[in-house]
Design a binder for this molecule. Sequence first.
Ligand code: CDP
Length: 789
Amino acid sequence: MASETQHVHGLGEAYKRKEDARFIRGQGNYVDDVQLPGMLYGDIVRSPYAHALIKHIDISAALAVPGVLAVITGKDLDAAGLAWMPTLSADTEAVLALDRVHYQMQEVAFVVATSRYAAADGVEAVDVEYEPLPVLVDAKKARNPDAPLLRPDKKDRQPTNHIYHWETGDRAATDTAFAEAEANGIVVRQDMYVPRIHPAPIETCGCVADYKAATGKLTVWMTSQAPHAHRTLFAIVAGLPEHRIRIISPDIGGGFGNKVPIYPGYVCAVVASLKTGRPVKWIEDRTENLSSTGFGRDYHIHAEIASDKDGNVQALRVNTLADHGAFDAAAQPTKFPAGLFHICTGSYDFKHAFVEVDAVHTNKAPGGIAYRCSFRVTEASYLIERAMDTLAHELGKDPAQLRLQNFIQPQAFPYRSALDWTYDSGNYEAALKLAMKNVDYEELRREQAEKRARGELMGIGISSFTEIVGAGPGKHFDIAGIQMFDSCEVRVHPTGKVLARIGVQTQGQGHETTFAQIIAAELGMSPDDVDVEHGDTDTAPYGLGTYASRSTPVSGAASALAARKVRDKAKKIASYLLEVGEEDLEWEPGRFYVRGAPDKGKTIQELAFAAYTNCPPYLEPGLEAVNYYDPPNLTYPFGSYICIVDIDRGTGQVHIRRFMAVDDCGTIINPMVVEGQIHGGLTQGLAPAMYEELAYDADGNILSGNFQDYLIPTSMETPRWETDRTVTPSPHHPIGAKGVGESPTVGAPQAIVNAVVDALAHVGVRHIDIPLSPWKVWQVLKEKGLATD
Ligand code: CDP
């Protein structure tokens, strides 16, 4: 039951305090920079309770606040048929709560005022009468007969908190392999929790909605990782004509999956603009962002490996409980309710595997988004890399040796996994051996043995992960029904300068640089002559947006192919101008010339000029092309990370002494951009391993709703990352590139945990749940008699 003493962060504060908080917590927002004449400001009344009935809402005092123009409640939205919106997982989510709140900080009413200050005062003045209900926080209790029922609005299904059961693989063959291993080999089992965390982008979510009655056009500046998909959803849900909706997503200050879903604040701002006929801005503060927008992870995993006595793995069995919070708003491709979690056989040649996932509701914020990861790949990679270490320690084998022994071999690609993925290319042994060489692995093991003899705790952790990025193909992958292709439009101006527009949405990954490089390389010109635009649905070609490292594998491929279409047309023009057949033309970067007469040629700039001034009569003038690319397969980047830690026996503090990251993302477009992606991603892998967790108390109060309680690592906590690479191109991508942005976030956590467990393996420690706080580690040290004063 919610108690009187519950504390609610960020509620009931006057705007001045909010303003201070915005500053202190580092919030800023490019969308916030949008200033329009007559603009109004929206602010949200949020529930202090995690589970309660709404008995009454009194808005009269709020409407009396000077500057407050309107207060929108769930009932108002209901009258307009907008009380519920579809989630990306086909659930329905309350835009503003109607008669019940399902989690703390849920949206209850939207106040519209002439200033932020007035809006915040209006929020304080809205009087909501709640009747608290029993709260469900523990996902493991969600299916108990006495658990409170959280979604009575779901009249179309059994009255239960269970959302779905999903399974894949061959259960019978896997069970048989386990029975065999129980009899003649070894079975290891490991429970692990991958806690709820938050993407916490530098800038929070927000929008400015501007409906002009005179033109019937709605323009929304919005922190969106998928502007086109959002435009379509606005059109479908609000019944607005899609060609009169324009979504502009400027530099959005990071996304990491947080800006894929549509949030109630966006919808309310649009409704408020339609209602008032004026632009309405809504920008959330940090506490609102952490407490109410899409979280990542929250998977309770039980993993088992069946192996023979020599450590040759045979089968993998995984059972998982997924906590989706109050609404199932996971941003997953429709056919994959647990995302791509079944990539969990990882880099190893398992003969059999079976995976099942059950998802439940709890009184927590909705989500389950792909936080810098391709739909649950982090959870998958974590479980297999942890379980492999458990197996190594049980067998008394070196974890590196166990991996080398079980890797999928380079000649086995394309490799069909036991869970039906076709890996495009890989060379796992090369990556691990390079990482081992770079850290002098053998010497480290000798040092560890010496230290152990002296009573010092040193650990070496390995993670040899395989990723899966670049969704489509469209026939298997869709978001809300829209197939996951992507696009690029290349326009060559008469003087040979290029404007490219892409369907994906950059959030700091440097697409303006790397996509210009792709196009420039195809056309043989300088990247300086190519400008890349994105994020405006009125100009960019349709695309599904940027998340899950899909930009380079999909839109990057479209960019290369659009440029090739341009080059093909340029060739026809060259053939006309040089009076030879196309078959007699050769290409060298930037120029077609006549075979056997290299002096007789035309540069791409000359051909561009001719396209507008002297075009062959049988061709359309102009030089531009668009490509919509539906990939034939995903790409499978991989890497091997080695982490070396020392543990302080007095405090439980884990010191990361070295971290070596060898990554392979196929053909590299821009080494510096890739290096930057890896550095940032590693820090976002360090974060859940050591610091971050969105925690709740038993009443559903969020305990980490600000950056004092939710610990994101700063440069002070971040170790010096050492990086290296191998290059194994993707055979199906036009330039052989795979994604890279999420690899380090996926690969890093388990390297750190494996190192800590490795330091303690000799006293029987097999697992410690993340985040590895000093307190948690110290308790293990104490239990094992290793803690010192
Ligand atoms: O989808 P998202 O942009 O987040 O991830 P990505 O496709 O992994 O790319 C991140 C950045 O690294 C982009 O600027 C890519 O073009 C660049 N990249 C690269 O230079 N070479 C690769 N093989 C992969 C990515």
